[in-house]
Ligand binder design. Structure first.
Ligand SMILES: *[C@@H]1O[C@H](CO)[C@@H](O)[C@H](O)[C@H]1NC(C)=O
Ligand SMILES: *[C@@H]1O[C@H](CO)[C@@H](O)[C@H](O)[C@H]1NC(C)=O
Ligand SMILES: *[C@@H]1O[C@H](CO)[C@@H](O)[C@H](O)[C@H]1NC(C)=O
Length: 354
């Protein structure tokens, strides 16, 4: 059962990366088949001027929730409802909802309506129309522009998630505990993940008794960056974009084989995370994952319909990826000073730091 769940997840993730750019009903890149290094895409990204967005985030916040969406009004509505029901402890909360545009510059009106009509009683809500089509890269890389003295926590949420009422409680605790560790590049909220090493099977989990673990690969089903590492990663990304021969390939992991497939087919624009994975690998950085019993998560992913799953996945996709934390237990706060580290095969990695 667990094993087959792992397989299903692998297929789901691949398919999501594959179709993400094409869920867009207006999508119309014409990719030249003789553009092996996707130069076309890099030029587009450079034109986005990742740091040039003038909409500086001026409001002071303890938590900035960044919701990225395009044309899935119902999904957005479901996510916003879960955000409304979460606990915020009277802190200063900003909810940024970022709407991408089609290649033709259109905002999806239904999605806009859901975003603009949503009442957020816990803080400030701001709906941002992107000024042009930015795709999934721009949505992730250009929506959080913290000032260098900012201590706000940010979390980036794609619209096919819902959050646990306790997601912010968790973020406060883990940021406080682990932001100081130089190797921690952020916090994933998902309770379930594949193992990324090629040939590994089953779901990723740390030995019983560990509330968290460190893992080399980012989990994108709700991710809260460590500001220091995030800025470093974005700086690096901008530099590497200039090198047309560079590809972010990390040996022996499944995402690399997906990315290689996408290079061949000119579809790498669905997989920004490969760059993050590469950067983490080169810099020996890790993401902190929760390790609750039964793969409970601070988010769940709804494996959005509209994507062409096979019958097995279609069956699975009627339900979310896993269950949410709906009860808080004191034990969740028993965080070790130095979390256990797993390698991409899910084995405890005992190797000392260099
Ligand atoms: C998509 O792009 C191709 C090639 O530029 C063009 O011929 C076609 O009309 C476009 N389709 C749409 C729906 O814009
Ligand atoms: C954002 O797009 C919506 C939908 O097209 C439009 O009604 C609204 O005025 C736009 N907002 C801004 C600030 O441009
Ligand atoms: C950060 O710096 C700006 C400008 O110097 C200042 O207005 C702001 O209060 C500072 N914020 C924090 C959290 O210290």
């Amino acid at each position: 059962m667990k094993c087959s769940q792992g397989k299903v997840l692998i297929v789901v993730m691949f398919v999501v990366f594959l179709v993400q750019p094409f869920c867009n009903k207006f999508f119309n890149y014409s990719v030249s088949s003789n553009a092996p290094h996707n130069v076309w895409r890099r030029i587009e990204l450079r034109h986005q001027d990742l740091y040039g967005d003038p909409r500086i985030q001026n409001e002071i916040a303890d938590l900035r929730i960044i919701v990225i969406t395009y044309n899935r009004a119902d999904s957005l509505s479901r996510l916003l409802k879960s955000l409304k029901n979460a606990l915020y402890f009277g802190d200063r909360i900003v909810l940024d909802i970022w709407l991408d545009r089609s290649k033709d510059g259109l905002i999806d009106e239904n999605t806009y309506r859901i975003a603009s009509e949503f009442q957020f009683k816990h803080g400030v809500k701001i709906v941002h129309n992107h000024t042009f089509h930015v795709g999934i890269y721009g949505q992730w890389l250009n929506t959080w522009t913290p000032k260098s003295n900012s201590s706000e926590i940010a979390v980036i949420l794609e619209d096919d998630l819902t959050v646990s009422p306790y997601f912010y409680k968790w973020l406060k605790i883990v940021h406080k505990k682990y932001d100081k560790l130089v190797e921690v590049n952020g916090y994933s909220l998902q309770g379930i993940s594949i193992k990324h090493g090629i040939g590994s099977e089953g779901l990723l989990e740390a030995p019983f008794g560990n509330i968290v673990f460190l893992y080399p690969v980012i989990g994108t089903w709700g991710f809260s960056p460590n500001r220091r590492n995030w800025v470093k990663f974005r700086d690096w990304f901008e530099v590497m974009l200039q090198d047309e021969k560079f590809q972010p390939l990390v040996p022996n992991i499944v995402p690399t084989s997906w990315y290689e497939t996408f290079i061949k087919t000119g579809k790498t624009e669905g997989m920004w995370s490969m760059w993050h994975i590469y950067h983490a690998w080169k810099s020996r950085e890790y993401t902190v994952y929760p390790n609750f019993a039964d793969h409970l998560g601070l988010t769940v992913n709804w494996k959005e319909p509209g994507i062409h799953y096979g019958p097995e996945i279609a069956q699975e996709s009627k339900s979310p990826s896993n269950n949410l934390i709906t009860t808080w237990r004191a034990g969740y706060e028993n965080l070790p000073e130095n979390p256990i580290r797993l390698d991409v095969y899910g084995n405890v990695d005992a190797e000392e730091d260099p």
